[in-house]
Design a protein around this ligand. Sequence first.
Ligand code: ADP
Ligand code: MG
Length: 311
Amino acid sequence: SKVKSLEELGISSTILKKLQEMGITTVEALAAANAQELSQNLAIPLQTVQRLISQARNALGLGLKTALEIKKERMSLPKITTGSKNLDTLLGGGIEVKTITELFGEFGSGKTQICHQLAVNVQLPPEKGGLSKRAIYIDTEGTFRWERIEAMARAIGMNPDEAMENILYVRAVNSDHQMAIAEELKEIIPKENIGLVVVDSITGHFRAEYPGRENLAVRQQKLNRHLHQLMSIAELFDVAVVVTNQVMARPDVFYGDPTVAIGGHVLYHAPGIRVQLKKSRGNRRIARVVDAPHLPESEAVFAITEAGIRD
Ligand code: ADP
Ligand code: MG
C-alpha cells in the first residue's frame, strides 16, 4: 500500500506545520525538496532533513513508468482547438493543458488574435475542441478587444454575452503588477473554473523596464521567476498557459536557428512549446513549431478572418 500523506510518514506535528508553511504539503513535494533550503528554513540539522527526504522518496518508490503509461498520460491531456485544423495538426491536436505555449513573432503576426480565439474556444465542450472552462486574460499592452470576442463567439454559434462573461480580464500596468497577478492565480483558478491563462504579452513590461544589454541579466532573472510561477500553475491546476512575445522580423533566419538569431525567447530555458508566427500574403500567416522534440519540423498556414482563426 502506498503512503499518500505526510502524516502517514510519521513526521512530528511541529515539523509538519513548518513544512506546510513552506508549501510542502505532499509526499511528492517533500521528495523533491532541496535539503539545504529545508534545513535552513526549518532550523533543523541537515542530517535530519536528509532522513525526512529519503523517507519520502522511499515511500514513493522509484516512480518508474512504462513508455506506454507515459504515452497514455500524454494522449489523454485535453487540448484546445485554435480554430484552424492546420495549426491544430502542427501542434499535435491543439494547445495543451499543463504546458506553457509561447507564441512569438513580429507585430501583426497574429499572436493577439490567436489568444482571443483560444479564450473563446476553451469554453467549447470537449467534443468540439474545448474544455468547457473559462479563461483569464492578462493584458499588458491594452490590445484586448471585446468586439473580437463577440465576433468570434457569434461565428461559432456561441452566445456572445456568455462568451464574454466567461473571460476574466485584467490589465497589468507594470511587471511587478503582472507578477502579483500571477501569484493571485492560485486562488482564482480553482474557484472560477479556469482552463486557460493568457499573458499577452509576457515580455513587454520587462523589456521596457529593463532595457538594453546592461539589464539583460536582471530582466531574464525576473522573467524566469514569472515563468516559474506560470509553470507551476499549469502543472497544479491542469490549465493551458499561453504567452506572447513580440520579436523583430528576421525572415533571413526563419529557416535557420531562430533561437540564437532572434534572441529573447522567453522559454529558452523552460519546458514548453514555442510557436513562431510569420506574416504571409494578405490575411495568411505561417506558423512553425520551434525546438519541440516530439513534434515534426513542419509549418502550417492559417488565416486571420473576421470570424477568427481559420484554415
Ligand atoms: P500581434 O498580436 O501578433 O501583433 P494581432 O494578433 O493583433 O498581431 O494581429 C493583427 C492582425 O489581425 C491585423 O493585421 C489584421 O490583419 C487581423 N485582424 C484583426 N482584427 C481583424 C478583423 N476584425 N477581421 C479580420 N482580420 C483582423
Ligand atoms: Mg498583440
